[in-house]
Design a protein around this ligand. Structure first.
Ligand code: C5P
Length: 242
């Protein structure tokens, strides 16, 4: 799986996506300035995007970082399509929508992204990992959670999207069901001997890749490290990615 836009002059494909879970641009930049765009991409989520805005995202893309804009769009098809066009115009490498928005919504997103100049990767969230069987039942979904994840991932593929966000524990099942070309982006990654923080089901980077993950989202093991670049390089070394 390669990036659809040519943001990186060396055209490499770093597998680690560092989660910029910061409240403002200044703190995010302190970390970014210590990282190397040939070794990682960056994930900008709702908090940082709401605080720092699209200009900050453009600033990151101009610095040659591939940006995963993690805004999880979920609305009527026309609105999601327009949001996806606007996100694509920022020059991001990847963006996402909620698969539970349905086939028509995802197809509209696909068309909008494909029509953009930069054509970022477009992936979907299946079931948020904060949800369990009980919370699914509360919103009227009585299908078994794993089956629901698989059904939404299949719907995502049917809509022509590039992949899904999933737990590295689900990656093996999804890789088998959806084939080698489908992009699997997995958070909940913890290198061996590192604090699990509030993640309960963690997988090491090497195991996540073995399970079929395409890209690994890593936050605190890098952002809270005394030397973030060293922590990033250690993950590469652990995975033999260098
Ligand atoms: O610090 P940590 O490595 O736990 O950060 C993981 C990142 O991935 C955070 O931005 C978190 O919101 C995100 N994420 C997650 N689990 C999901 C989806 C996203 O941890 N299922």
């Amino acid at each position: 799986m390669t990036s659809a836009n040519n943001y990186n002059p060396s055209n490499n494909d770093p597998k680690i996506i560092v989660a910029l879970d910061y409240a403002d641009a200044a703190n995010a930049l302190k970390l970014v300035n210590q990282l190397d765009p040939t070794l990682c991409r960056l994930k900008v989520g709702k908090e940082l995007f709401t605080a720092a805005g699209p200009q900050f995202v453009e600033q990151l893309t101009r610095s040659n970082f591939g940006v995963f804009l993690d805004l999880k769009f979920h609305d009527i098809p026309n609105t999601v399509a327009k949001a996806c066009s606007a996100a694509s115009n920022l020059g991001v490498w990847m963006l996402n929508v909620h698969a539970s928005g349905g086939l028509e919504m995802m197809q509209a997103a696909r068309e909008a992204v494909s029509a953009s100049e930069t054509k970022p990767l477009l992936i979907a969230v299946t079931v948020l990992t904060s949800m369990n069987q009980a919370t699914l039942n509360q919103i009227g979904i009585n299908t078994d959670l794993a089956t629901h994840v698989l059904n939404l991932a299949k719907l995502t593929q049917q809509a022509g999207l590039d992949g899904v966000v999933c737990s590295a524990l689900e990656a093996k099942m999804l890789r088998t069901a959806l084939g080698g070309d489908f992009c699997l982006v997995t958070p909940g990654i913890r290198p061996a001997n590192v604090n699990q923080d509030d993640q309960s089901r963690v997988v090491t980077p090497a195991d996540a890749l073995k399970n079929g993950a395409s890209y690994l989202v890593v936050g605190r093991p890098i952002t809270l490290a005394t030397n973030p670049l060293q922590a990033l390089e250690a993950i590469h070394a652990e995975c033999n990615l260098l």
